[in-house]
Design a protein around this ligand. Structure first.
Ligand code: PHE
Length: 355
């Protein structure tokens, strides 16, 4: 058998097997590389006697063509196989169950703000908002707070500039000023939001939440304040009876001023609101000081009313049995899962569309 025939048989056999692309490339080099088997045969052409040369050359060319064709078809075969494998692997299996869908939870503070807003709106209060970054005038001066008042101290207040003109509001009371400067009396508003003081321990966080209340009209008195707070606390804690006491206090922007405590007791490790003989302070309030009304161009001879400021975080802790205020602001997903609230349920068929 001639060398050419031997090469052909040997490599047809090799190429009939299952090969990968590297093995095919190797075969290509073995045959057609610089010193490849077929290439070497071509180099020998010159040494062959003239009468035999033509036959040899045509036989060699045929074998070369056949082997090349076979190699090309082998490569195509491998490429098609790869594509099919990929298609097989990547195909979408519509019978798979959907992935678990994690619903977010509503933070207890947001929940309580919603509850407070809806309780007060039922008795005619509208909801106002003010910015967290306030000016010194709205936060202190307009609220009749003297220059030497301890609340203005750097230890208490986060100032945002050296001149102490901008600060993070220390209470929601500046919204009283903004509301009254913007409109004409009567006023009947609440203003929930974030407040800031330089304070941090188990019951104080540097950022916390308050809701301000303000009711100004021609004949609003302290009895209205009491009635309003009594109604609110009963509604909020969902109880029929409440023990509430007003303790004389001082705020520069109210006169007289009071702090309000509610009665509670602890039964089986649970706080029961409205019973027992323990007291818990939940808010500050009073009749709006005539100087504040003057500062916002309201005539104190004609209009008067009350204001209050309630600590929202504390209400949330009491109502939902949370004992460390700092947990509110840790952003711990597990905590939120335990204490958070479910949003209004969205049918699962709509989820794909809305999110
Ligand atoms: N702003 C007061 C505080 O933060 C609370 C308060 C509001 C008192 C309105 C009286 C009237 O402590």
């Amino acid at each position: 058998m001639s060398d050419i025939k031997k090469i052909k048989d040997e490599y047809f056999l090799k190429l009939s097997k299952e090969l990968d692309i590297n093995q095919i490339n190797q075969i290509k080099t073995d045959l057609f590389g610089k010193n490849g088997l077929v290439s070497s045969q071509f180099k020998q052409l010159g040494k062959i006697a003239e009468d035999e040369r033509k036959k040899f050359a045509s036989e060699l060319n045929n074998v070369k063509d056949e082997l090349q064709k076979l190699i090309v078809s082998k490569i195509e075969e491998i490429e098609i196989k790869e594509i099919n494998q990929k298609l097989e692997k990547e195909k979408v299996d519509i019978t798979l169950p959907e992935r678990p869908f994690a619903d977010g939870k509503i933070h207890p503070v947001s929940q309580v703000i919603d509850e407070i807003s809806s309780i007060f709106s039922e008795i005619g209060f509208s909801v106002e908002e003010g910015p967290d970054v306030e000016n010194e005038y709205n936060n202190f001066t307009a609220l009749n707070t003297p220059d030497n008042h301890p609340a203005r101290d750097m230890h208490d207040t986060f100032y945002l500039d050296e001149k102490k003109e901008l600060l993070l509001r220390t209470h929601t009371s500046p919204v009283q000023i903004r509301t009254m400067l913007n409109d004409k009396p009567p006023f009947k508003i609440i203003a929930p939001g974030r407040t800031y003081r330089s304070d941090s321990d188990q019951t104080h966080a540097p950022m916390f939440h308050q809701v301000e209340g303000l009711h100004i009209d021609k004949d609003i008195n302290m009895g209205h304040l009491k009635g309003c707070l009594n109604y609110f606390i009963k509604e909020f804690f969902e109880v029929d009876k409440i023990k509430m006491r007003f303790r004389p206090s001082h705020f520069p922007f109210t006169e007289p001023s009071a702090e309000v405590d509610i009665g509670y007791e602890i039964k089986d490790g649970k706080i029961i609101i409205g019973e027992g003989n323990k007291w818990l302070e939940i808010l500050g309030c009073g009749m709006v000081h005539p100087n504040v009304l003057k500062n916002v161009n309201v005539d104190p001879g004609e209009f008067q009313g009350y204001a209050f400021g309630i600590g929202i975080d504390r209400l949330a802790m009491l109502k939902y049995g949370i004992n460390d205020l700092r947990a509110f602001f840790d952003c711990d997903y597990r905590w939120l899962n335990q204490f958070g609230f479910d949003p209004i349920d969205v049918p699962s068929s709509y989820r794909g569309l809305s999110r």
